[in-house]
Design a protein around this ligand. Structure first.
Ligand SMILES: [Zn+2]
Ligand SMILES: [Zn+2]
Ligand SMILES: [Zn+2]
Length: 281
């Protein structure tokens, strides 16, 4: 599987839109890998995981041809993961003839979010239902997108939708297995059990808080918690020295600056993601 990290920041980006903190200023000055857009991943140019507010930037920056994209896998309803308004760009007058329909795999709260936007009625009137197909994803219920087996696991990540089942995903193809763990929080016991029963070729972890120290598990993880995840999964044999371990979804609040900090991540066993990073699993 080829993984392309289209963006690697939390919701606000780095530098953040309305911020001039030290992290944002330094990232701004250094440019390059220090600039981060919202987190999204393209798998084998066939499946996009999360559809962010920076989608148009990805198309331009990486010269992506999304006219053929057929599958969108969504983790949860937060706007940096499910930018419902740009789904409108699938309408016939914004695309070319012969454009395939886009399958959107998302939890019930995400689908309800789309159902309640004022534009929905108009979208339906002009034939959007033939262009966008929604599939409800439920925790623990594996499904296939072509020859990719997808297993949604519970994330500990609260949203504005009470009871939303935010998901992290295990993706398997050609005897390789990866964990896409954004925005996970500290795993629930059921999630731990599943992870401990499987071996992973690559784990992609939520590192929103990066260098922060938290006493209590929250909606996201820090680098300290990423390290604890690896320690626990090494005990079960789920990850080993051959597993690629990637930290991503960085917030400016975590005080990371790529050029300054990537070596520290490497010393701790993690590849620090950056926008445009490509990995072959
Ligand atoms: Zn997020
Ligand atoms: Zn900042
Ligand atoms: Zn979130």
């Amino acid at each position: 599987m080829k993984l392309k990290f289209l963006g690697t920041a939390a919701a606000e980006g780095i530098p953040a839109i309305f911020c001039s903190c030290e992290t944002c200023q330094m990232s701004h000055t250094l440019g390059g890998k220090n600039l981060r857009k919202r987190s999204s991943l393209l798998l084998d140019d066939r499946i996009m995981i999360d559809f962010t507010n920076d989608i148009l930037h990805y198309v331009h920056a990486y010269q992506l041809d999304l006219s053929k994209l057929e599958h969108l896998l969504i983790t949860h309803s937060h706007s940096d993961h499910f930018n419902i308004f740009d789904l409108e760009m699938k309408l016939i007058w914004f695309t070319n003839p012969g454009n395939p329909s886009l399958n959107v795999y998302a939890n019930e709260a995400c689908i309800q979010r789309v159902n309640h936007i004022p534009e929905k009625e108009e979208w339906e009137r002009i034939g959007m239902k033939d262009l966008l197909h929604f599939h409800t994803v439920s925790r623990w219920e594996s499904f296939f997108i072509k020859d990719y087996k997808i297993t949604p696991l519970p994330a500990s990540h609260v949203t504005s939708y009470e009871g939303e089942h935010s998901c992290i995903y295990v993706i398997e193809k050609d005897k390789k297995r990866i964990l896409y763990g954004l925005d996970s929080g500290w795993y629930q016991e059921g999630t731990w059990k599943y992870l401990e029963e499987h071996r992973f070729d690559c784990i992609i972890l939520d590192c929103t808080g990066a260098f922060l120290h938290t006493e209590e598990p929250g909606n996201h993880m820090t680098l300290e918690e990423n390290i604890k995840v690896v320690e626990r999964l090494e005990k079960s044999g789920s990850v080993d020295k051959n597993t690629i371990k990637i930290s991503t979804h960085f917030s400016h609040n975590g005080h990371v600056v790529y050029d300054r900090d990537y070596k520290e991540f490497l010393q701790k066993g993690f590849l620090m993601s950056y926008d445009g990073l490509e990995i072959q699993i």
